[in-house]
Design a protein around this ligand. Sequence first.
Ligand SMILES: *Cc1c(COP(=O)(O)O)cnc(C)c1O
Length: 217
Amino acid sequence: MALDDILTRIRKAEAAAGRRDGSVTLIAVSKVQPLDRVEAVLAEGHRVFGENYVQEAAGKWPDLRARFGAVRLHMIGPLQTNKAKVALDLFDAIHTLDRPSLADKLARLADERGRCPKLFVQVNTGREPQKAGVLPEETDAFIARCGDLGLPLAGLMCIPPEGEPSGPHFALLREMAGRNGLNGLSMGMSADFEDAIAHGATHVRVGSAIFGARSYG
Ligand SMILES: *Cc1c(COP(=O)(O)O)cnc(C)c1O
C-alpha cells in the first residue's frame, strides 16, 4: 500500500539525516480525492490529513471524524479572511498564515475562544508573483508582529517554485526559522519530501504519492 511505502521512506530519510525516528509528521493531503481513497487511508490507521479548501474540508471531515475518531487536520491552502472562523473550528493547524490582515483576524478569534490552531507562516521563498506567502525579506518583521499579537507560531512553510531544485528553498526556510527561534518546518511534497527531510522538515505534505493522481472537475 502506498501509505506504508511513504512511511517507510520517511523513516529511512530520518535515519539518513541523523534525525530521531518519528520526528517527521506525515500530512496526507486529501484535497479533491474520492472519499473511498480517503477512507482506505483512515482504515489503515493514519490520522493526520491536509486539506486546501475550507468548504471541502467542512463538508467531509465532521462525518469522517465521527466514524473514524480523532483526526488531526491541517489547513494547507490559501485562507480567506472570511473563512477564518470556520477554519479555526475545523483545523488543528494552519500552514498558510501569509498576511497581516489574516494574523489580526486569527488573533481576534483566538482571543474570543481562548484557543488557536498551531500556526505556520507561509514564506514565498521563490518570490513568485502568483504565489501566496510573505516575502523572505519581510518574514522576520511579520513573525515579530505575530508574536506581538500572541499568536502561537509553530514554524514556517514553503512551496518551492516548480521546475527548480527545491533544496535551496528548503535551506532558506530552515535558516529563517532558526534565526527566529521557530522549530517547525512544513516543507516537502510527493516529489521532494526526502530532500525536505534532509533539510530539516518536521512536517511533509504528501498527496498524490499516497492517494494517486488528483482529478479536478
Ligand atoms: C496539493 C498540495 C500538496 C500535495 O501535493 P502532492 O504533489 O500531491 O504531494 C502539498 N502542499 C500543498 C500546499 C498543496 O497544495
